[in-house]
Design a binder for this molecule. Structure first.
Ligand SMILES: C[S@@+](CC[C@H](N)C(=O)[O-])C[C@H]1O[C@@H](n2cnc3c(N)ncnc32)[C@H](O)[C@@H]1O
Length: 280
């Protein structure tokens, strides 16, 4: 992985999240607030409810660091559901760094509607080159965004650089299971314009190499299967109605691609969970 592949991947993510089909899918099927994997209380729970539970679980891990006066950096912040949750629940400041200007516009508007624009600052930029000085943030947070990186060594180096001593990094990500060859998952992740996923082992080694301590992976890989079953069910059940907001061709693509995720999860080829670690 090189700086060029990182720039290519960042541009692909910017394009992907700026298309109206993708935007319509995340709005209609995921709920348009939290666009990451959910933690389900039962197999029929709405995607948006389960996805909010993931934010609550991750927040609990870093709650000691959050409060008025503390500052969080959210990398790849989407529509801002997690940033708004953190600001509203803990009174902390959140800088939300995201490559997609289309999402950022909506994020800023929703923050203003919720009276949270004083606490959440939305910044357009890439997490490969974080525009802040070393040691600035109490918590670096990210959900389902590192999967888009074209150079995760560089990205993690950046995330740790901007953490204050005793600061904490918490993130969720869709990963390949350890020892699964990249080629096997290529058709699965092609929809996201992603070439290659990280593995839990890669994150453990890289985080340790960067000197982080208390490295914990809360492995919730079973939730990824439930999540993609729910996304497939919802897209299938609502295909006709979705055809009014998403192009019928994209609905058809989704109905081909989402079952590939389900299949890969059933075969144990994909991992997901919450990483949490500390800086000395
Ligand atoms: C699946 S969405 C998750 C959004 C948000 N974290 C959430 O959980 O709701 C992935 C996000 O990563 C962002 N992203 C991808 N590559 C990026 C990069 N190089 N720099 C900053 N953001 C990036 C996308 O724009 C998108 O908002």
């Amino acid at each position: 992985m090189t700086h060029e592949s990182a720039a290519r991947a960042a541009e692909a993510a910017r394009r992907y999240y700026g298309t109206s089909d993708v935007d319509g899918f995340y709005e209609a099927v995921w709920g348009g607030e939290d666009i990451h994997t959910g933690v389900y209380a039962d197999a029929h729970e709405p995607v948006a409810v389960a996805s909010r539970r993931t934010v609550e679980l991750a927040a609990r891990k870093v709650a000691d660091r959050l409060g008025p006066g503390s500052e969080v950096l959210d990398l790849g912040s989407g529509y801002g559901g997690p940033a708004r949750y953190l600001a509203a629940r803990f009174g902390c400041r959140v800088v939300a760094l995201n490559i997609s200007e289309a999402q950022n516009e909506r994020h800023r508007k929703t923050n203003a509607e919720h009276g949270l624009d004083g606490l959440v600052e939305v910044v357009t930029g890439s997490f490969q080159d974080i525009p802040y000085p070393a040691g600035r943030f109490d918590v670096v947070w990210s959900q389902e965004a590192f999967c888009h990186s074209g150079d995760r060594e560089e990205l993690l180096g950046e995330a740790v650089r901007v953490l204050r001593p005793q600061g904490e990094l918490v993130f969720t990500d869709v990963m390949a299971s350890d020892a699964v060859p990249h080629d096997v998952l290529r058709p699965v992740v092609a929809r996201l314009e992603v070439e290659e996923l990280a593995t839990p082992d890669f994150y453990r080694r890289r985080l340790a190499g960067l000197g982080l301590t208390h490295i914990d992976f809360d492995d919730r890989s079973d939730q990824l299967l439930t999540h993609y079953l729910r996304l497939t069910e919802e897209t299938d059940r609502r295909a006709t109605e979705l055809g009014n907001v998403i192009s019928p061709a994209y609905v058809a693509d989704l109905l081909e691609n989402l079952p590939l995720w389900v299949d890969a999860c059933r075969k144990g080829r994909m991992s997901w969970g919450i990483f949490h670690c500390h800086r000395n």
